[in-house]
Ligand binder design. Structure first.
Ligand code: TTJ
Length: 641
């Protein structure tokens, strides 16, 4: 008999090794990547097993630690993974959990589960990707331990001591394999935020995080008895709230739904969906069901209250959700996930039940809380008004005749209508614009002066962007429309200039304006950048004129340094240009406009993206990082602009 079991064990162990070898060969298939994200995933995989034990009703404490030796530990006070031997495999349940792919689910007895399914790939994957892993189970008054290395069983599950009968639980410690992962140093930040999220989703659970690593020592405990209500409050922290958090919970046909939402005075929606504690990044039926019903209910109320008149059209879904922060969490006994990253809930019944419960609960709540209802509806009114203004602004803009010259009459166009030879210079400031108009080659070079700082398109709403004179002028000047929001109307074949040249002063302000312009192109006309039509003019910083001989323009401080070295002991006058406006027409022609002598820097899409990122920071409300950036980059900006 003993022999037979051993034989079976041998046969199975070969299959097991092949399974875990597959994980080591293609780790990305199982945990997404071998970067820090994949590394953190190992911890989540193990934690999810303990959360499942909590969902089953047998565990209320989870402890996670990052240890000094590079390992991570996860411990819970659940029943402990069963230590008994499974008849079919001859292995303990513990060993099956750690050595058989997707074994986790087999031990579940109904209820909701995170691990072992499509998402939780299971503890065996973590084991396969660890240099070593040890498990310790407290069960029935005894302590059991086992060790694995790179997924291979090193010893049988062994009784190593005794404990109190009611002291039960599972503890796992593992060291990520540095031959698999790019980096094996856990970063606490995302781990902490994920554990906190788990605590919000499980109000009866206490999760402790401890960083024991030298110099990083800290201990945090997450217990959120107010659950997703507190989560929404945390998400809205520091924002201007329109009302108190609305919360409801109900269940039907074995599916449980919990929703919390609150509007803030902003124009974004932030709706987080979960199914069985799994974040559904791509949304799915529960989110669709919630949104659809919310829109219907709000429109009904708006008509009942006479806020929407008979002639008015309904609020759109995005009208009613502008400013909404919500958590929609459902529990489903048999969730199906689809989508690119398998994070889109696909069960139709989840959508139906979410919609049904939401309809009933919203009516129950709003009937009793008219003040909140009115506030939420007025958010929708505000959004609808802006949406209509944007639609109108766009129609007006597009209905302008194709070759209408700019709206404020400042474009000095070129004579040629052959785009391939035409260039347009966007020049900051009227005086520089004036000189440029005189200096240019009228046949092929157009000058478009712009004043001050153009609107920052990252922050402004669409109607403001389109109403901005500078931006209107640019869209009309280029002739190819723009793409954003309501479909793509950009047509690069209509572009009237082969080169669009940004020409700003070589100082911090100039750099800022160039950044704003790049942001505008990046957001509304990325094709222009992609096709290589956008350039930055590089006006010189200095002119040096030796006692005898011709003057030379120098474009940055490095060039000046070099010139000084090469002309040691010689006499020369140095002229520093502060702005384009200081150059006369002939200087401007020679240095910046004349294709034979000027320096242009072609803009790549990365520059556009960077400009857009930087603009967000420069224009944000936080002053400190803006100041820091401008100072740090002041020199660089002077050279590059
Ligand atoms: C499964 O059903 C029978 C009783 O025990 C259940 C169980 O396995 N519970 C359980 C597993 N609690 N905690 C775990 C667990 C904890 C860690 C840290 C790691 C793993 C793989 C499982």
């Amino acid at each position: 008999m003993a022999t037979k079991v051993t034989n079976e064990y041998t046969a199975d162990s070969i299959a097991v090794l092949e399974g875990l070898e597959a994980v080591r060969k293609r780790p990305g298939m199982y945990i997404g990547s071998v970067s820090t994200k994949g590394l953190n995933h190992l911890i989540y995989e193990i934690v999810d097993n303990s959360v499942d034990e909590h969902l089953a009703g047998y565990c209320n404490e989870i402890y996670v630690s990052l240890n000094g030796d590079g390992t991570a530990t996860v411990k819970d006070n659940g029943r402990g993974i069963p230590v008994g031997i499974n008849k079919k495999t001859g292995l303990t349940a513990v060993e099956m959990v750690f050595t058989i792919l997707h074994a986790g689910g087999k031990f579940g007895t109904g209820g909701y589960k995170i691990s072992g399914g499509l998402h939780g790939v299971g503890a065996s994957v973590v084991n396969a990707l660890s240099t070593y892993l040890t498990v310790c189970v407290h069960q029935g008054g005894k302590v059991y331990e086992q060790r694995y290395e790179q997924g291979k069983t090193m010893n049988q599950l062994t009784e190593t001591g005794s404990c109190r009968k009611n002291d039960t639980g599972t503890e796992v410690t593992f060291l990520p394999d540095d031959t698999i992962f790019e980096k094996t140093y856990f970063k606490e930040e995302s781990i902490i935020s994920r554990l906190h999220e788990t605590a919000y989703l499980n109000p009866n659970l206490t999760i402790t995080f401890e960083n024991k690593r030298f110099g990083e020592e800290k201990k945090l405990t997450f217990h959120e008895p107010d659950g997703i209500r507190a989560y929404v409050e945390a998400l809205n922290e520091g924002k201007e709230k329109v009302h108190d958090v609305v919360y409801y919970k109900n269940d039907r046909d074995g599916i449980e739904l919990e929703v919390a939402f609150q509007f803030v005075d902003e124009f974004q929606e932030n709706i987080l969906g979960f199914c069985n504690d799994i974040y559904t990044q791509e949304g799915g039926t529960h989110i669709t069901g919630f949104k659809a019903k919310f829109t219907t209910v709000l429109n009904q109320y708006a008509r009942e209250l006479g806020i929407l008149k008979e002639k008015d059209s309904n609020f759109t879904g995005s009208d009613v959700r502008n400013g909404m922060t919500a958590v929609v969490a459902i529990k489903h006994p048999d969730p199906r996930f689809e989508g690119q990253t398998k994070t889109k809930l696909d069960n139709p019944d989840a959508g139906k039940i979410t919609g049904d419960i939401t309809g009933e609960e919203l009516v129950l709540f709003f009937d009793k809380n008219l003040d909140t209802l009115k506030k939420v509806i007025s958010c929708a009114e505000k959004s609808a008004k802006i949406r209509k203004a944007e639609e109108k602004a766009k129609t007006n803009l597009l209905s302008k005749p194709k070759f209408s010259i700019d709206s404020n009459g400042k474009l000095a166009n070129c004579e040629s209508r052959k785009p391939e030879e035409c260039e347009v210079f966007i020049v900051e400031g009227d005086s520089a614009g004036g000189s440029a108009k005189t200096a240019r080659n009228r046949r092929t070079q157009a000058i478009l002066p712009i004043r001050g700082k153009i609107l920052n398109v990252e922050k402004a709403s669409m109607d403001k962007v389109l109403a901005n004179a500078e931006i209107k002028t640019m869209i009309n000047t280029f002739g190819c429309g723009f793409s954003e929001g309501y479909g793509n109307d950009f047509d690069i074949s209509k572009l009237r200039y082969n080169k669009i040249v940004i020409m700003t002063d070589a100082d911090v302000d100039g750099a800022h304006i160039a950044t704003l312009l790049l942001t505008f192109f990046y957001r509304f006309m990325p094709e222009l950048i992609l096709a290589g039509h956008v350039y930055i003019a590089m006006p010189p910083l200095y002119k040096v004129v030796p006692k005898r001989g011709e003057g030379t323009y120098l474009y940055d401080d490095r060039a000046l340094e070099l010139y000084r070295k090469e002309h040691k002991g010689q006499n020369f006058t140095l002229q520093r240009y502060k702005g384009l406006g200081e150059m006369d027409a002939s200087q401007l022609w020679e240095t910046t406009l004349n294709p034979e002598t000027r320096i242009l820097k072609q803009v790549g899409i990365e520059d556009g993206k960077m400009a857009s990122d930087v603009t967000g920071m420069l224009m944000g409300s936080d002053v400190a990082p803006r100041k820091k950036f401008i100072y740090e980059h002041a020199k660089e900006a002077e050279i590059d602009a």
